[in-house]
Design a protein. Structure first.
Ligand SMILES: Cc1cc2nc3c(=O)[nH]c(=O)nc-3n(C[C@H](O)[C@H](O)[C@H](O)COP(=O)(O)O)c2cc1C
Length: 211
């Protein structure tokens, strides 16, 4: 029987544009009482994107979660992407769900083709083989045929393909509105619906469900 009360989530962050999305997902998971533990894995290019897009650098990777959140956290643990022997690399370790946010075309290819040559790709491979939830927040534009074929392969293997495409029917006023609503939809996919999530009610000007 599992010792931990609450969900265990893996968050992979890769070198696709959208470090803000990773920051928002981590903040919501850190605040969420239903979540006990978050294992965070950031690729080398993912670290570069935190620097390029958010001005966040951290020589010591263990400090990265508090740099990302702007506050201390005990819930989020960083695992090195080179460590393919980490807990989450085994199906015997019970991770409930995994997000790759944002997910590069390179990491999509690794997951779709089962290469398992870094921890994010291996952990994702484990989620698929164990029949657990894996959400890939892919981002690039436009897509070439290889990207599209890899999306189909990953989806057929059980992944949810969740492209970084904002909605406009909730009338976002700021980038943060769009990032929040997209991220809430991602968390709803792993059974963590958020109060802030806008829900369409069928009435065109309704914003009553928005916090
Ligand atoms: C500033 C910057 C933005 C990038 N944006 C994207 C992107 O949106 N989508 C993508 O697939 N790759 C993007 N790339 C390229 C990936 O980072 C590159 O293919 C990398 O090898 C991906 O490796 P990773 O999946 O291990 O992070 C970007 C690279 C840089 C430096």
């Amino acid at each position: 029987m599992r010792q931990t009360q609450g969900q265990i989530i893996t968050v992979g962050v890769t070198g696709a544009s959208g470090a803000l999305l990773a920051q928002k997902a981590l903040a919501l998971l850190d605040d969420d009482a239903r979540v006990a533990r978050v294992h965070l894995v950031v690729t080398e290019t993912g670290q570069r994107l935190f620097a390029e897009e958010l001005g966040l650098t951290s020589g010591d990777l263990r400090q990265l979660p508090s740099r990302i959140l702007g506050r201390a956290t005990n819930k989020i643990e960083v695992l090195p992407n080179k460590d393919v022997g980490a807990s989450i690399a085994s199906g015997s370790y019970e991770v409930d769900s995994m997000l790759v946010i944002p997910c590069s075309m390179g990491t999509l290819a690794a997951i779709a083709n089962g290469t398992s040559d870094d921890l994010i790709a291996r952990a994702a491979d484990v989620m698929l083989k164990e029949g657990r939830k894996l959400v890939l927040c892919i981002r690039d534009t436009p897509f070439n045929r290889v990207h599209l074929e890899n999306m189909l392969r990953a989806q057929q293997a059980g992944a949810v393909i969740m492209p970084v495409i904002p909605a406009f029917y909730d009338q976002p006023k700021t980038i943060d509105d769009a990032v929040t609503q997209y991220t809430c939809r991602v968390l709803a996919q792993i059974g963590l619906p958020q109060e802030k999530m806008y829900r369409w009610t069928g009435r065109s000007s309704s914003k009553e469900a928005k916090a």
